[in-house]
Design a protein around this ligand. Structure first.
Ligand SMILES: [Zn+2]
Length: 147
């Protein structure tokens, strides 16, 4: 199993570099919706009985989230990298993250839910998750949120 051996080698090398130079980020996944803890949900009208509730903004429901921590390598996208990559929609200042393969579902879900996370206080949303050919790790392209 030369291929399996090669795969494990790449995985181990990548993990070593990530452990040494990586930073820990929190990925947020939406797991569902619950009744707002600060007001009452009105079943008949499908909104809060208090339209001025600041917690749910009058919706009566709040999004339930779960956080995962991952150590990743972070790179900021440069103009040169935009030219070299096949990924469309990248802007200078967006991020390319290298993460372990096992974190793929969390990043994919965060991309689907459009939940943001912070890299050095910069708000980003993962928008494309690309596995390597041997499935050894993943590259996550995350776009900066401009407000
Ligand atoms: Zn509320």
């Amino acid at each position: 199993m030369a291929l399996e051996k090669r795969k494990n080698h790449i995985k181990a090398e990548e993990a070593k570099i990530r452990e040494k130079y990586g930073k820990t980020i929190k990925i947020i996944n939406v797991t569902g919706e619950i009744d707002c803890p600060d007001c009452t949900y009105d079943l008949a009208y499908r909104r809060s009985t208090n339209p001025n509730c600041s917690t749910c903004k009058g919706k009566g429901k709040v999004v339930q989230e779960e956080e995962y921590e991952e150590k990743v390598l972070c790179f900021m996208i440069t103009e040169e990298e935009i030219r070299e990559t096949e990924i469309g929609g990248l802007k200078v200042g967006d991020f390319r993250l290298i993460a372990r393969n096992e974190a793929k579902p969390y990043f994919q879900k965060a991309a689907t839910d459009k939940t943001y996370f912070l890299i050095d206080d910069i708000k980003v949303i993962p928008f494309r998750v690309v596995p390597t050919i041997l499935d050894t790790h993943i590259t996550v392209y995350a776009s900066r949120i401009t407000e």
